[in-house]
Write a protein that binds this ligand. Structure first.
Ligand SMILES: *Cc1c(COP(=O)(O)O)cnc(C)c1O
Length: 448
């Protein structure tokens, strides 16, 4: 009990209404084993959201644990400012090999937000020194509902009012493309007409403004924090063709979708797209340590070359950039994709999710179920015919979390979207249990 009391007394939790949190006595996790979390009283919980979308192979994975302690026996951290470090070199080499062809240089940082922030600054500076007259390129373009992290640059691209609107005056201006999703679209369109309209609008906005655009930023295939919004096939490819035709940079924020969650190692692979800049974080270390990477193509990297006094350098970097323990964990995690055939497992995870949730589609309080690979969002509604949301103060999504917790499963919603994000390596029987508990919990939380 005292740990729980001290938790809300001393720890200010992220994205957490602290007054309500203090009253709720959330479990304090003291250990993990496989795909379970264990609290101080010994109660076990299935980790149904991969510890916020980052865990890949489970907890206390012997191979990753060994890689970290092996590295610890050599050195925990040394700076990349002016010096090399062996695990960072090997990881960069492997990332270049495994990411879509053409991404040849790795810039490290510490989180998804910093990976995006670096990409934005690289794009901006690239335009000013690439020699192609990009000095007037002062606009970034993003999608409605976008989430790219919590630093000021990434928040400027962010489009989730609840998180972002208070910071409005602090942010730089951006241009917005309508997210190509049919749920709750404006009246007067069929779903398909609306999706076509979104694609046409993408073309129009990008073409009309192309001389001012520094880069277009997208979460490929799935917009996670917006509520697991799934894009129609071909949208990413079309955006790549268009940006390439107009000579614009494309930044792919794969912080949430990479490392197996959509069924391939990187989401861009589904549409055979190579972005100019690729942002990686969450699953990079298998969910062990904070490490991020921004990959760049040759032409982007080369715009920063020159004599030091010319000032073309990328003057940006964080103290723990390329941390050796993080890189060692990431290397072990990448190996496990082959050793344990993780991508094949994701296929089975996706099947189990889809089958298990099939009869929820007709539930009176389920507005829509969205899924891509091992990423699921179940949109809860008060009334499915009118597509009416529950009143926010009911905290229906949160009630599902509490009901699931009583059944020994940890999930975390996005508003009234119940998110299921099993780790790519989760055994199918555990996925079945996750689905079963989610169904029971939705039943309980939406009743009455
Ligand atoms: C989580 C997330 C981020 C931010 O990552 P942090 O490590 O929390 O800073 C950025 N982009 C996307 C798409 C994300 O899901």
């Amino acid at each position: 009990m005292s740990l729980t009391a001290d938790d809300s007394r001393f720890v200010w939790h992220p994205f957490t209404p602290m007054q309500a949190y203090a009253a709720e006595a959330a479990p304090v996790i003291v250990a993990g084993e496989g795909f379970d979390l264990v609290d101080e009283s010994g109660q076990r919980y299935l980790d149904g959201v991969s510890s916020l979308w980052c865990n890949v192979h489970g907890h206390r994975v012997p191979e990753i644990d060994r890689a970290i302690s092996g590295q610890l026996g050599r050195i925990a951290h040394s700076t990349l400012l002016g010096l090399g470090s062996d695990p960072s070199i090997e990881l960069a080499r492997q990332l270049v090999e495994r990411t879509p062809a053409g991404l040849d240089h790795v810039f490290y940082s510490d989180s998804g937000s910093t990976a995006v922030e670096a990409a934005l600054k690289i794009a901006w500076q690239f335009q000013r020194q690439s020699g192609t007259g990009g000095a007037g390129r002062d606009l970034f373009v993003g999608l409605s509902g976008a989430y790219h992290g919590d630093t000021i640059g990434s928040v400027s691209l962010g489009q989730i009012d609840l998180f972002h609107s208070v910071y409005g005056p602090l942010l730089f201006d951006t241009m917005t493309l309508p997210a190509p999703v049919a749920f709750r679209h404006p009246d007067g369109f069929t779903d398909q007409e609306w999706l076509d309209r979104c694609q046409a609008e993408m073309e129009r906005v990008v073409r009309d403004n192309h001389e001012r655009i520094a880069a277009v930023v997208i979460e490929p295939l799935v917009q996670g924090a917006a509520g697991i919004l799934v894009h129609p096939e071909g949208y990413l490819r079309r955006l790549r063709e268009l940006t390439r035709e107009l000579g614009l940079l494309l930044i792919a924020d794969e912080v949430a979708v990479a490392f197996g969650r959509t069924g391939t190692l990187f989401a861009c692979e589904h549409e055979e797209v190579t972005p100019d800049l690729l942002c990686l974080a969450k699953g990079l270390t298998g969910g062990y340590l904070p490490l991020a990477a921004t990959l760049a193509t040759g032409p982007v990297f080369e715009a920063f070359l020159g004599e030091p006094h010319q000032g073309r350098t990328f003057f940006h970097g964080h103290t723990y950039t390329g941390n050796a323990l993080g890189c060692a964990a990431a290397l072990a995690s990448l190996d496990l994709f082959e050793t344990n055939a993780v991508l094949e497992n994701v296929g089975e995870v996706a099947n189990r999710l889809e089958k298990g949730l099939a009869d929820l589609v007709d539930h009176p309080h389920v507005g829509e179920i969205r899924q891509r690979g091992a990423m699921v969002g179940i949109e809860l509604v008060a009334d499915r015919d009118g597509n009416l949301p529950f009143p926010a103060e009911r905290r229906t999504g949160h009630l599902v979390t509490l009901a699931a917790r009583r059944r020994g499963v940890v999930i975390r919603p996005l508003g009234d979207v119940v998110v299921l994000m099993p780790a790519p390596a989760m055994p199918p029987v555990s996925v079945d249990r996750l689905v079963e508990v989610a169904r029971e919990s939705i039943e309980e939380a939406t009743a009455g």
